[in-house]
Design a protein around this ligand. Structure first.
Ligand code: FAD
Length: 116
């Protein structure tokens, strides 16, 4: 819909949610403490149950059973999340994102300075 003040559809919800999730990865510590690692695990365990698109949540829970979350570093977590997003891209027939670029997209900005 053209109006912005309407309930979020699956696309708007998805875009906003990926922005939040990848930005959490961007601000996750390079060397997280055990508590920080537990926090991210707890967050994703609950997120995968509460995400308000139920087919999406079901598939995401199944993905997390198959590919356990990696929390030992920002690099490991960011790449795990990028792979998880690519699994959804594959399912929806969207282009696969080059995960070597996830930090440029979500943390540092592009190397050509176009985000500065
Ligand atoms: P999005 O996929 O929302 O991506 C936003 C931006 O992220 C892109 O423009 C790109 O710059 C960047 N990006 C793309 N891929 C990656 C990547 N792999 N790593 C890092 N950055 C990347 N929709 C459904 O119809 N069915 C589902 O089952 C479904 N499951 C979902 C599960 C989850 C957990 C989430 C958060 C969303 C899900 N969605 C689902 C929504 C779907 O993934 C998209 O968000 C939505 O279709 C809008 O797509 P988009 O083309 O705007 O880009």
């Amino acid at each position: 819909p053209a109006r912005k003040d309407c309930p979020a559809d699956v696309e708007t919800l998805g875009r906003s949610t990926w922005t939040l999730l990848h930005t959490i990865a961007a601000t996750y510590p390079p060397k997280p403490t055990p508590v920080e690692q537990n926090n991210i695990r707890d967050f994703f365990r609950l997120f995968s149950k509460l995400y308000p698109c139920w087919v999406c949540a079901e598939d995401f829970q199944a993905y997390m059973k198959k590919e356990a979350i990696k929390t030992e570093s920002r690099d490991a977590f960011g790449n795990w999340l990028c792979d998880a997003h690519n699994e959804v891209n594959r399912k929806l027939g969207k282009p696969i994102f080059d995960c070597s670029k996830w930090e440029e997209r979500w943390r540092t900005g592009w190397k050509d300075g176009s985000c500065d």
